[in-house]
Design a protein around this ligand. Structure first.
Ligand SMILES: Cc1cc2nc3c(=O)[nH]c(=O)nc-3n(C[C@H](O)[C@H](O)[C@H](O)COP(=O)(O)O)c2cc1C
Length: 180
């Protein structure tokens, strides 16, 4: 399968990246092809809400990195969102990409892709992760993509601590066990 991993952190070797790396390792060992896109380092303007794309009938009026990112997602069977929680939401660079999905709605909605979410944060309470879990369920229902796996990882302050936990192994297994 073709997989795209959208990361949301500026820490290329951070906590959410650790989960992404392990997922990618498992998926590649299982024979899948993976593209990682670090949205914090891409030039993606926020959606203007101009509606000129009309939900995918026309190209977005902005000519930036979203064109290639959208085309990569179009070609992918699996989409992974891996990011640190910022004020109970995703960082703006990843959210900018998400909002710009609208210009791809005609090909994204109903495409029956599989989706994973790996979110990290300081706080490990259920309430802390509730907004993200609600977002993930609502948006995957809208897109008609199947939620194939989810890790909400709180309570770790450093990558080294997280490396000692069971979570990198869980992310690895999710990639390794991925099937059509
Ligand atoms: C601006 C900002 C906002 C944050 N908001 C939250 C939050 O709402 N809940 C939480 O548990 N952690 C929050 N954190 C902590 C990060 O989510 C946490 O450090 C994360 O695991 C870092 O992941 P990274 O290494 O992949 O960047 C915040 C951190 C920053 C810098």
């Amino acid at each position: 399968m073709q997989i795209v991993v959208l990361t949301g952190s500026a820490h290329l070797k951070g906590m959410s990246a650790l989960l992404a790396e392990n997922f990618i390792k498992g998926a590649e060992e299982a024979g899948h092809s993976v593209v990682r896109i670090d949205t914090a380092f891409k030039n993606v303007h926020h959606c203007l809400g101009c509606l000129k794309c009309n939900g995918g009938d026309n190209d977005c009026v902005m000519n930036d990195d979203m064109k290639e990112i959208g085309q990569t997602i179009e070609k992918s069977d699996v989409v992974v969102f891996a990011y640190p929680m910022y004020y109970h939401l995703m960082p703006m660079t990843l959210k900018a990409v998400l909002d710009r999905f609208y210009a791809f709605d005609k090909s994204f909605v109903g495409a029956h892709k599989k989706a994973f979410m790996f979110a990290t944060g300081w706080d490990d309470s259920e309430a802390n992760f509730a907004p993200m879990r609600t977002w993930f369920k609502s948006d995957m229902d809208y897109l008609q993509w199947e939620i194939a796996g989810e890790l909400n990882v709180g309570g770790y302050m450093t990558r080294e601590e997280l490396e000692q936990s069971e979570y990198p192994g869980m992310a690895y297994e999710m990639g390794k066990n991925l099937q059509d």
